[in-house]
Structures are given as structure tokens and as C-alpha cells.
Design a protein around this ligand. Structure first.
Ligand code: SF4
Ligand code: SF4
Length: 449
């Protein structure tokens, strides 16, 4: 059959990246040995305990919204995991994803449940280091650690979709394929060229085909439309919360919990509860002590994602007279910031719109140019009347490190106060981090006197 290029792409005819199994058995047997001395249940319990400690700390703040309970529960109890287990027993497929470039809409439309598995868990790092170099990014080591210990969330997954965003993620995919079937997707290294956009569309058509094969369901126009509308509602609700953030009524740390619960939540239930939260924030605005504090320094947090329970930087910032009024991170405000914009509700246009939405606005430093992210940052500094920027880089992540140097020059040239913090998930450097953040907040205060 002679297919033109467009037909060829839309049929997902190109070959997916598959890992063959020729060399996996030696590492699988080593993995088996390693698993025996890593106590899965203990690591999982430690994850829950660390999450609980953070939530307990946040609950001490006056006026914390009661409706935060729903979002806290994703991290402090096993209730969502139990629910997913029940769904799986009824035949639902569960697909694990990493980063924020994998469209949840496609997975949802195929009748599967998407969950995001980027990990902020300190306790799984030592397991990850059994199999991945110690001198690498903590997010990768921690995520691999979850694979190695058979974390209950990983155990549920019928497939993992891992984007080759950075070198660490590329090699992580190969390793994770020893535990769960991995489908690797390749975001293009740049976003501007038309061929990059076409290439990404082709990757998503392959993903759709693989999802159909997994769930044994053809994604119809109607199913994809419903999925897009559902996640458009998530995006609109997120933007409503962002509007509330401008009134200083919710801490940045609480906001991260709200957004990161979307890693695991059912979108419709999340929307319902997020609307309850928005109503509560509006109703309590007048009595909210946070909103009344005129001395509070408005911070924009950007750089690497702070993923539960690694809220080390946000919690430290907000332990002083400072509020993270907004953020530019892939697990925070940018996770569901941009809508999928549809011109025509036909299959081809819907996939094109999804691919554009997940590629163009991405704030991941894996793409060639930083200019659009710097533009976004400068716009948000103005929009939120920001006092200072804190750029968080994860130790041994080259991409964020390089980006921070460029950003530093731009912010310096514009006289915008900024602080770059390079750290990992451990608490060892907490004294130093705290001193630097405290001094930065004092400088911001002094500028206003
Ligand atoms: S910054 Fe990029 S590579 Fe890192 S977790 Fe986010 S989307 Fe993934
Ligand atoms: S922090 Fe850096 S090294 Fe780690 S996953 Fe993100 S881009 Fe990759």
C-alpha cells in the first residue's frame, strides 16, 4: 500500500523504540538479589511517614483550608492505591508516566488510567544507587529506586511511558524495562522547527496505537474529545487556583500538594474537590492571616520540580516572611497551565492540538533554547509583582545548572533579586540552605524599607 507522509504518521506506522531482552536476564537476576535486601514495605511506609510529617507541618499554619484534606490523602494514606488496585482487578489498565510531556488525554481516551511517577522520595535513593551511578540526579535515582523495590504504584502499572528528556531519563528507561514494559518516547530536542512538531505528532500516533493494543480498545473521536474536555476542565480549574494565589490565600507548598495530587487522581474527582478548595479560599479571604500580612515577600520559585515529600526548598522559603506566590515548575503551576486548543474535532486535529500543547509550552530545560522560558519568567515577575526569584537546581543536573547561569545574567541585568540553590533530597545541607534563604529574604525586606 502506498501511503503519503501524513497517512503514514497518522497510522502510527513508524516503529516504536523497543528494548530487546537479549541482555536483560543478567541484570534481572541481579535485581532479584537486590530486591531481597531492600525492604519494600519499609521504604513505602517511610514515604508515607515523610509525607505525613510535611502535611502536619503545613496544618499548623493558621487558616489552612480544610478542603486540603482530600489532596493530602493522596500522600498520607494508601486509599488511592487501594482504589487503583480495585480498578485493576476489574480489568482497567494503568499506565505510569514521567515528566509533563506525556499527554494524559491519550491514556484516558484509551480507557486506561494515567499516573505520574516522578519521585521525590528520599528513602528510595539508596535502592536506586544500587543500579544507577551515585553521581546523578536524585529525581532519577529515586524514581529508579521505586522500580527496584517494586513500589506499590509501580507494581500497578501495565506499562511505563518514559520520555527521553535528559540523559538520565534515557538510561532510566532501559533500566526500568527490566521491571515493567517501557515505551520510550523521544521529544524533539528543539521546539521551533516544523519538522520537530511533525516528529512529535508521529510519536504520539505511535503512543496511541500502543495504548489501543494494551487496552484492546480503539480510541474513537468521541472518546478523545471527552478526554480533552475533561483535562481542559483540570486546566481551567488550575488557572482559577492560580488566580486565588494572587490574593496570598494559599501557600506555595500547599499549592504543590494540590497539583501533585493530579499525579494520581481521577481528574473528575480532582476537579470537584479543587472547586471546593477555591470556594473555601474565596470565602475565607477576609479572615486569612496570610492575605493580611503586608510584610510578606513575594517569591517566584522556578527550576527543578519539588516533588512530595521533597518540599525542602518551598517549606524553607515559607518558614520565613515569604510566600511562593507563583512557580514555574513542571510539577507545579505549569503541569496543567496551557489548554489543548482545538479547531476541528476530528482525530487528526485533536492529536495535533494535543502534541502542540505538550511540546510548545514545556518548561523542561531539555529543549535547545531557554528563551521562551526566560520570557515566561519575566512576564510572571511583572504579573505577580514578584519581589525575588529563587531558582532551584537539583545537584548533578547539568541542564538546570546551565540554565541557571544564563538566567542569572538576565536577572542581574534587569536588577531583579535572585538566589540560586543547588541541592538534593537529603537534609544534610539544610543548615546552609536555610541560612542562604533567610539572608535572601532579609535583603528583599531591606530593599523595601
Ligand atoms: S524538568 Fe523536565 S526532565 Fe525534569 S521532571 Fe520535569 S519535565 Fe521531566
Ligand atoms: S532534574 Fe535534570 S537530570 Fe534530573 S530528571 Fe530533571 S532534567 Fe533530568
Amino acid at each position: 500500500m502506498n501511503l503519503n507522509f501524513k497517512e503514514w504518521i497518522e497510522r502510527g506506522e513508524d516503529e516504536p523504540i523497543e528494548f530487546d531482552k537479549r541482555y536483560s536476564s543478567p541484570s534481572q537476576s541481579r535485581t532479584h538479589q537486590r530486591k531481597t535486601y531492600h525492604n519494600r514495605q519499609q521504604i513505602f511506609n517511610n514515604w508515607i511517614d515523610s509525607n505525613k510529617k510535611i502535611v502536619e507541618k503545613l496544618k499548623q499554619a493558621p487558616n489552612r483550608a480544610k478542603s486540603m484534606d482530600y489532596f493530602d490523602n493522596f500522600f498520607c494514606t494508601s486509599s488511592r492505591i487501594n482504589e487503583l488496585q480495585r480498578q485493576k482487578a476489574k480489568g482497567k489498565k494503568i499506565v505510569g508516566t514521567y515528566c509533563n510531556v506525556i499527554p494524559f488525554e491519550l491514556i484516558y481516551a484509551a480507557g486506561a488510567i494515567p499516573i505520574r511517577l516522578c519521585s521525590g522520595d528520599y528513602h528510595s535513593i539508596s535502592a536506586g544507587e544500587e543500579i544507577f551511578p551515585k553521581d546523578s540526579c536524585p529525581l532519577i535515582k529515586s524514581s529508579i529506586g521505586w522500580g527496584l523495590i517494586d513500589h506499590p504504584l509501580l507494581k500497578l502499572c501495565d506499562a511505563l511511558i518514559i520520555p527521553a528528556t535528559c540523559d538520565g531519563k534515557k538510561k532510566m528507561a532501559e533500566i526500568m524495562n527490566d521491571y515493567n514494559p517501557v515505551w520510550m518516547v523521544n521529544p524533539p530536542p528543539d521546539k521551533e522547527r516544523r519538522r520537530s512538531v511533525k516528529y512529535w505528532q508521529a510519536e504520539l500516533h505511535i503512543m496511541k496505537k500502543k495504548l489501543e493494543h494494551l487496552t484492546n480498545k480503539k480510541v474513537s473521536k468521541e472518546m478523545l474529545k471527552e478526554a480533552i474536555i475533561t483535562y481542559q476542565e483540570v486546566q481551567k480549574t488550575n488557572n482559577e487556583i492560580l488566580l486565588q494565589r494572587k490574593n496570598n490565600v494559599i501557600t506555595g507548598s500547599d499549592y504543590l500538594i494540590v497539583m501533585e495530587s493530579m499525579f494520581f487522581a481521577d481528574p473528575k474527582s480532582w476537579i470537584k474537590q479543587a472547586k471546593v478548595l477555591i470556594d473555601e479560599l474565596k470565602t475565607n479571604f477576609k479572615s486569612n492571616k496570610l492575605a493580611k500580612n503586608k510584610n510578606i515577600q513575594k517569591i517566584l520559585l522556578t527550576g527543578a520540580p519539588s516533588i512530595m515529600p521533597n518540599l525542602k526548598i518551598p517549606l524553607c522559603i515559607e518558614s520565613f516572611d515569604a510566600l511562593i506566590l507563583t512557580d514555574i515548575t513542571c510539577s507545579g503551576s505549569q503541569y496543567f497551565y496551557d489548554p489543548v486548543v482545538i479547531d476541528e474535532w476530528n482525530m487528526s486535529d485533536m492529536i495535533n492540538a494535543i502534541s502542540e500543547r505538550y511540546l510548545m509550552p514545556s518548561v523542561c530545560p531539555c529543549f535547545v533554547k531557554s528563551d521562551d522560558r526566560i520570557d515566561k519568567l519575566l512576564d510572571m515577575i511583572k504579573e505577580y509583582n514578584i519581589d525575588g526569584v529563587i531558582y532551584h537546581t537539583l545537584r548533578l543536573c547539568l541542564l538546570f545548572d546551565v540554565e541557571s547561569c544564563r538566567l542569572k545574567d538576565v536577572l542581574e541585568s534587569k536588577g531583579i533579586p535572585h538566589l540560586i540553590i543547588n541541592t538534593d533530597y537529603s537534609q544534610e545541607d539544610m543548615g546552609q540552605v536555610t541560612t542562604r534563604i533567610e539572608a535572601f529574604i532579609e535583603i528583599l525586606k531591606a530593599r523595601k524599607e
